[in-house]
Design a binder for this molecule. Structure first.
Ligand SMILES: NC(=O)C1=CN([C@@H]2O[C@H](COP(=O)(O)OP(=O)(O)OC[C@H]3O[C@@H](n4cnc5c(N)ncnc54)[C@H](OP(=O)(O)O)[C@@H]3O)[C@@H](O)[C@H]2O)C=CC1
Ligand SMILES: N[C@@H](CC=O)C(=O)O
Ligand code: NA
Length: 438
């Protein structure tokens, strides 16, 4: 039995996927039953490293998703449109869909999964989060017996690659970003990586699976790494931390749920650069590697680690999804959405406002070099209920005193009130950095 694949996109991930499909030796035997029937691209003239019969390439992607011969549509063009419409048309035509497109799923997942469930087809997205790291299937299946308390991770390879090289080599942000683009890690528009939007898409997807509800993408708080400076990386290092872009989804404890439907806990959903203690497992995840740290009851802590971007690792996850669908098609005469492969939740999770989030902060102040400034800072923080773990005058920068503060756990709202007062102090020149601490 052969399964016909309609591949949309033959870029970094598309070419990586075709490469695996064309070279099945030594891999799962079911691969031999997969056939690349048609491939959709934007330009037919582009030179490509992969050899495919010219007549299967087309720029008419709609004809692929409606082709009665195609069993599985693999969407690897990226972006919101026409990716969303093509996936919906594929579903309407009864095709199963495999995608790596976290942006389209995070924003339009509800529409796409509702259509898929109505039509009785699968939408698989292992490659969309953590590239080659198996994390979507484990959340759907292997961890299904757990009540998940938190999912936290380094889920953007581009920014982790940049931060790692800035830390290890003191490298320049722009130069390292250009390398990440050459290596195929970055999105077509790397703004999504650098500004934390790609990580926000991914944590929305992970949270939806971990906490069994839909997530409104606009409710994920996202801060990127543009403001992370070489100075902060160096100060963090002295204080025993490394700076990582973390994506965090955390259940705020409510009453213990008695039934499936009365889970009304709120979720924290946030992406921001974070000072991570050097001894934390996530502190040692470097370069393009990603890691997703899950805490559940009764499993405790578990971490998934591997390459989060790049042609081969991402294609590994794409082809695994194709195999999963092919395996179901082979064994079920009338495919119905398999409860452990499909996504069927309906309600939206309640999200906590950022002002209610409790976290530690690192703040760097430039002040006039006058007596009593540290005392003034301490008084304002104390008045706002912000307890300080350390206050250190690092030295002088451009004739101003440089003071670094690390707080204990504090409500963001209280910290922001204190900052508003501090900004009005005559001695404050600027506050170049504000970062959260794990
Ligand atoms: N790169 C990575 O490491 C990872 C990427 N992803 C996701 O995988 C998806 C693909 O990414 P990637 O391979 O890097 O992207 P690329 O930009 O390398 O490739 C995109 C491909 O899609 C084709 N394409 C794009 N738009 C259209 C269109 N409107 N009509 C027809 N063809 C189109 C392009 O055609 P042509 O070749 O003719 O230009 C190209 O072949 C994205 O959703 C991305 O977020 C997920 C995990 C990791
Ligand atoms: N641009 C993304 C690619 C994988 O999702 C990243 O850098 O992680
Ligand atoms: Na993955």
């Amino acid at each position: 039995m052969n399964f016909k694949i309609g591949l949309l996109g033959l870029g970094t991930v598309g070419a990586g996927t075709a490469q695996i499909l064309l070279d099945s030796a030594g891999r799962h035997p079911l691969l031999q039953e997969l056939e690349i029937a048609r491939v959709g691209v934007r330009s037919l003239d582009k030179p490509r490293d992969i050899e495919l019969p010219a007549d299967i390439l087309t720029t008419d992607l709609e004809s692929i998703v409606t082709d009665p011969e195609i069993d599985i549509v693999v969407e690897l063009i990226g972006g919101l449109e026409p990716a969303r419409s093509l996936m919906l048309k594929a579903i309407a035509s009864g095709k199963h869909v495999v995608t790596a497109n976290k942006a389209a799923i995070a924003l339009h997942g509800a529409e796409i999964f509702t259509a898929a469930n109505e039509k009785g087809v699968y939408v698989m997205l292992e490659a969309a989060v953590g590239g080659g790291i198996p994390v979507i299937q484990p959340l759907k299946q292997s961890l299904g017996s757990n009540r998940i308390q938190g999912v936290m991770g380094i889920v953007n390879g581009t920014t982790n690659y940049i931060l790692t090289r800035m830390q290890l080599e003191g490298a320049d942000f722009e130069a390292v970003l250009a390398d990440a683009q050459k290596l195929g890690y970055a999105e077509a528009d790397p703004t999504a990586d650098v500004d934390g939007l790609d990580a926000a898409d991914k944590i929305a997807i992970l949270a939806s699976l971990a906490f069994g509800g839909r997530i409104k993408r606009e409710q994920v708080y996202a801060e990127g790494i543009r403001q992370v400076s070489a100075e902060d990386i160096a100060y963090a290092e002295k204080l025993g931390f490394v700076i990582k872009l973390l994506a965090i989804a955390k259940r705020e404890e409510g009453p213990t749920p008695q039934t499936q439907t009365d889970v009304e806990d709120r979720l924290q959903l946030r992406v921001h650069p974070t000072l991570v203690p050097k001894q934390h497992p996530l502190a040692n995840v470097n370069g393009v590697y990603n890691a997703i740290f899950v805490e559940g009851d009764p499993i405790g802590q578990v971490m998934f680690y591997g390459r989060g971007a790049g042609a081969g690792p991402t294609a590994s996850a794409v082809v695994a999804d194709i195999l999963n669908v092919a395996a179901v098609l082979k064994t079920e005469t009338e495919p119905i959405p398999h409860p452990l492969l499909s996504c069927s939740h309906q309600h939206y999770c309640a999200i906590a406002p950022m002002d209610d989030v409790v976290t530690r902060f690192y703040a760097r102040f430039l002040t006039q070099d006058s007596p009593g400034v540290i005392g003034e800072l301490g008084t304002i923080f104390g008045k706002n209920g912000v307890s300080l773990e350390s206050v250190v005058q690092i030295g002088m920068r451009e004739n101003h005193a440089e003071i670094v503060v690390v707080t204990h756990d504090v409500k963001e709202g209280n910290f922001n009130h204190a900052l508003a007062e501090i900004r009005n102090l005559a001695a404050i020149v600027s506050i170049p950095s504000l970062l959260r601490v794990l």
